[in-house]
Write a protein that binds this ligand. Structure first.
Ligand SMILES: NC(=O)c1ccc[n+]([C@@H]2O[C@H](COP(=O)([O-])OP(=O)(O)OC[C@H]3O[C@@H](n4cnc5c(N)ncnc54)[C@H](O)[C@@H]3O)[C@@H](O)[C@H]2O)c1
Ligand SMILES: Cc1cc2c(cc1C)N(C[C@H](O)[C@H](O)[C@H](O)COP(=O)(O)O)c1[nH]c(=O)[nH]c(=O)c1N2
Length: 173
């Protein structure tokens, strides 16, 4: 098909897009960093696996978020995937709460990256930001995973239809 014959696609309204995206269930994560630019954390559901060679995941971060310059400058982060029971913590990191109050609400430890790992997270991925691609209002942070901490005792937490939902493990049903 020659260039001038390519179909012109209609635009989708932002609210219609958001209402549609609310139909995609997703894990809920607290993304943390600590380094020369300071300590920060925010709630993110736009997180997914990219490749297992090398182990890489992505996080989408709105550049208008107050945490954005800190993540940009530190270059390391941890993805803490939340477990059932972490709903309040998710809301705390997802709002306009002062950073110290966000971290005071839970217990943390660190591995090589220095980013806070949440005690009791379903899983934590200690990462180095390897590549950043800006698309519209967001930066897509492609992160190489260098350490993992799993907690197989707890159940999952999903964000779907603008609310939290528990995901039970097979042997718990
Ligand atoms: N990728 C994101 O930036 C992202 C993802 C989820 C939620 N949020 C924010 O969390 C809050 C709660 O969201 P909600 O699900 O209750 O209702 P909502 O109507 O604000 O969002 C519905 C869905 O639309 C998508 N979305 C919302 N804002 C977006 C943005 N700025 N860029 C890309 N995708 C976006 C997400 O998938 C979200 O689950 C809102 O402030 C929302 O903006 C942002
Ligand atoms: C369930 C859920 C899921 C997400 C968010 C919120 C909630 C409640 N937020 C929003 C983000 O956490 C919030 O905008 C910032 O923490 C706002 O605070 P500051 O601007 O940092 O003060 C969010 N922001 C973002 O840039 N990428 C994302 O994937 C998500 N996902």
């Amino acid at each position: 098909m020659s260039v001038h014959e390519l179909p012109v696609l209609p635009a989708v309204e932002r609210d219609a897009f958001r209402n549609a995206m609310a139909c995609l269930g997703a894990a809920v994560n607290i993304i943390t960093t600590d380094g020369p630019a300071g300590r920060a954390g925010f709630t993110a559901s736009a997180v997914c696996s990219v490749t297992d060679s090398p182990p890489t995941l992505l996080v989408c971060l709105n550049r208008s978020a107050s945490v954005w310059p800190i993540f940009r400058d530190n270059g390391y982060l941890c993805v803490n995937t939340l477990a059932a029971g972490h709903e309040e913590l998710s809301t705390l990191f997802g709002g306009k709460t002062p950073m110290a109050d966000r971290f005071a609400a839970a217990d943390w430890h660190t591995l090589a990256s220095g980013s806070p790992l949440l005690d009791g997270a379903l899983v934590s991925f200690d990462c180095k930001v390897a590549q950043v691609v800006s698309v519209g209002t967001h930066d897509i942070l492609f992160c190489e995973v260098h350490a993992l901490v799993r907690n197989d005792e707890t159940h999952g937490l999903a964000w779907f239809d603008r609310g939290y939902h528990h995901l039970l493990r097979q042997d718990a049903r």
